[in-house]
Design a protein around this ligand. Sequence first.
Ligand code: NDP
Ligand code: OXD
Length: 316
Amino acid sequence: MKILFWLPQADASTWLHGLARALPGAELREWQPGDNAAADYAVVWRPPRELLSARPGLRAIFNLGAGVDAILALEREQPGTLPRDALLVRLEDSGMADQMCEYVQHAVLRYLRRFDDYALAQARGEWHVLAPHPRETFTVGVLGLGVLGAQVARSVAALGVPVRGFSRSARHLDGIATWSGPLHGEQFYAFLDGVKLLVNLLPATPDTENILDARVFARLERGAYVVNVARGTHLAEQDLLDALADGTLAAATLDVFREEPLPPDHLFWRETRITITPHSSALTLRDEAISQIADKIEALARGETVSGVVHIERGY
Ligand code: NDP
Ligand code: OXD
């Protein structure tokens, strides 16, 4: 079987060696511009359009991440980019959930115990004891209860704060109040009412673009916190700055941005109540990703079905 590989800004040889060890019979090659020779599978992250288009015979595209928005954007901009019969398969957890749980738990504890305010006080050379937020009303809302969101919700509940979640279809998670339905519907607003810290783990689709906007911020508890670990396109940037300025929100932690790297002159760098990390809340782990993808390639080669297949029309 022939496998094409593409991962910008990474040492492709280490990945190719790992894939070769996991799939000893495979013929592996790193894609180069102009390569339109046949391949059975593609293992890629943010591939150029030419890698995918005009490649009949491709059986599956494996995305080296959980979010497939970059690949689906190529198809939306130019329908037919994705080979007609190829499956698009995303990573499912593969070591990302633990990292995401740590990241979100850290943000919850930091804001609950007001370490963000202590950091600002230290910068001013001030010594003040601040009352922590009451744990029982520090309600955390998790938007998106998929592979990552469900585990994050459970891990935050283990900290002893009330947790609730929202998804498109109904989900049941022990000990976590859940709502479902369309975004901006009645159930969505019922979910938001009373949330003190909102975590976003939705996929980036046309439906979810700008979901973190002024209307949503206004429904949270006054002085709420926002943690965006999904995609930059979810956030209405000016609405966030306005909500921080007028006290609707107290602070935000952002791992993802519309433009990455975040440009040096972006206003977010200068807003002391915004914490920035460089799209690092949950990194793709090489060994885990290779093992998951190799298992799925072998399953497909045996004619079996695999999980993690993206529903193209739904967008995730
Ligand atoms: P999943 O596909 O497993 O989960 C998506 C969840 O969002 C599901 O619960 C789904 O609902 C819900 N959802 C989707 N659309 C809507 C909608 N319109 N209204 C309400 N709920 C909706 O994804 P993962 O948990 O694996 O990953 C989530 C996202 O996290 C990725 O798409 C990616 O963008 C981001 N990510 C970011 C990383 C980082 O380093 N910052 C790392 C990894 C992922 P339902 O359950 O009904 O299908
Ligand atoms: C992902 C990501 O989607 O790294 O996996 O953002």
